[in-house]
Design a protein around this ligand. Structure first.
Ligand code: XIL
Length: 449
């Protein structure tokens, strides 16, 4: 865990970092998002792709989030592409990873109109056959992960925008009662899992969210097992509904949990700093709304990095929707989430920043550099600290005096380069070893004041 010594005689000047990049953010979070969320009793989750859970992607997924949702791996089309032939490899990998990292899993999703296998979609089923297929599927999948998946999105996207039921395979074959049947089957398969209905465009108070509200109220009245509602929150920059918190609260008042299950905030690409700042404010607004309602279970982002987001291919010309950029550098939205979860980020004191980058990497070693640059401020001495999370070890440094103790690295200015003038910069370099992965650490820059 990283922490900044804010109360000492040192002012901490902090940067966000990009691998091979030089764009520092204004400030860095002191504590991983998952620790902040844990302290508030909330979930901060991310959707993930199982095959990517190594290297920097795996380090961030495991280090920053306390819950994972398989982005696609648990959908019917993924797990049973051919009738009776199951492929659990990616789903298993995600559940194993989550357990190894002390994370909850949100199972997504059991009964949906999309991403179903062709054999199911193209079949000519009687209502009795369809019902059996649905309940068998639920028994198989929920049963497989019994005790390991905390929460299921049992039914996904049952409504049209006007609040009428969506005409799907399930609705057309079984009527509205498919929803109660699915929930009942899920409860039977894992009595301790929390069961949700999940939809999009139900974040604010509108016809669709009111239809969902009326449905879950009546399910509860009938004694059908329902624990919560998922608000997907695939939002557009500038369009966070003003009634979000009020809407969360009305579901909570029914005695249900609420989760923000698929948050992203998309914009026209390329992004620019003004839009990223607005996006940060809107992420903050969404997380704040969840933090404000005790029955709001938490917030899951639909992919944590712009390099693993569904937006660019689904909404051509739009993107930049997640809290990390394509090179895994945290964006302003990341810091906004941290602050909304109660984290303190250290505002920049003056405008000196340190930027860490890997300039060359081979199979066992790499050359790194840190550039300290000042704009509107200056330094007469400096020290840069970071912590290596993946076993990297520095063997040699130049233009700084570096020591490593365990994972902690400290590099102090040499006799000749403590001064960084306003508008100037100083760079030092080092060689180090790595194996497995070589994630970019968060660096703190200290100066005497
Ligand atoms: C998306 C995935 O992220 C994409 O990779 C896939 O191609 C399509 O589905 N609502 C949902 C999610 O409930 O399952 C969808 O996920 C996004 C919209």
């Amino acid at each position: 865990m990283r922490s900044l010594r804010t109360g000492s005689a040192l002012a901490s000047l902090v940067t966000g970092l990009a691998l091979l990049g030089t764009a520092p953010a204004a400030h860095a979070a002191d504590t991983p998002l998952r620790d902040l969320a844990d302290a508030k009793g909330k979930v901060i989750g991310t959707a993930v792709t199982g095959s990517k859970l190594t290297g920097t992607y795996g380090d961030i997924a495991g280090g920053q989030f306390n819950a994972l949702t398989p982005g696609n791996a648990m959908k019917w089309g993924s797990v049973e592409p051919v009738r009776g032939t199951f492929d659990w490899a990616e789903a298993d990998r995600i559940v194993d990873f989550a357990e190894a990292h002390g994370q909850q899993v949100r199972g997504h999703t059991l009964v949906w109109h999309s991403q179903n296998p062709n054999w199911l979609t193209n079949g000519n089923w009687t209502p009795a056959q369809l019902r059996q297929l649905m309940t068998d599927h639920i028994a198989t999948e929920v049963g497989r992960y019994k005790g390991r998946v905390a929460t299921w999105d049992v039914v996904n996207e049952p409504f049209n925008e006007d609040g009428t039921y969506r005409q799907t395979l399930w609705y057309n074959g079984l009527g509205t009662d498919y929803i109660a049947q699915a929930l009942t089957a899920a409860r039977a398969a894992d009595p301790s899992a929390k069961l949700y209905i999940n939809d999009y465009n139900v974040e604010g108070i509108n016809a669709k969210s009111t239809a969902l509200y009326n449905l879950v109220r009546s399910l509860k009245e009938r004694g059908v097992p329902i624990d919560g509602v998922g608000l997907q929150a695939h939002l557009i920059l500038g369009q966070v509904p003003s009634t979000l918190q009020q809407n969360i609260q009305r579901f909570a008042d029914l005695g249900l949990d609420v989760a923000i299950t698929e948050l992203d905030i998309r914009m026209r690409t390329p992004s620019d700093s003004a839009r990223l700042a607005q996006q940060a404010a809107e992420y903050r607004q969404v997380v704040n709304a969840c933090v404000a309602v005790s029955r709001c279970h938490g917030v899951t982002v639909w992919g944590f990095t712009d390099s693993d987001s569904w937006i660019p291919e689904t909404f051509p010309g739009e993107g930049a929707a997640t809290p990390y950029d394509e090179n895994y550098a945290p964006k302003p939205a990341y810091y906004a989430i941290a602050e909304a979860l109660g984290g303190t980020t250290t505002p920049p004191t003056g405008a000196c920043t340190a930027t860490y980058s890997v300039v060359n990497q081979w199979n066992t070693g790499f050359t790194g550099q840190v550039r300290i640059a000042c704009e509107g401020a200056s330094l007469s001495s400096w020290r840069v600290n970071w912590s290596y999370g993946a076993g990297q070890r520095i063997s040699q440094a130049w233009n700084a005096d570096c020591t490593q103790s365990g994972t902690a690295v400290r590099c102090a200015h040499a006799s000749y380069n403590g001064t960084v003038p306003d508008g100037g910069s100083v760079t030092f370099g080092f060689n180090a070893s790595w194996s497995g992965s070589n994630p970019v650490p968060t660096v703190t820059l200290d100066r005497e004041i």
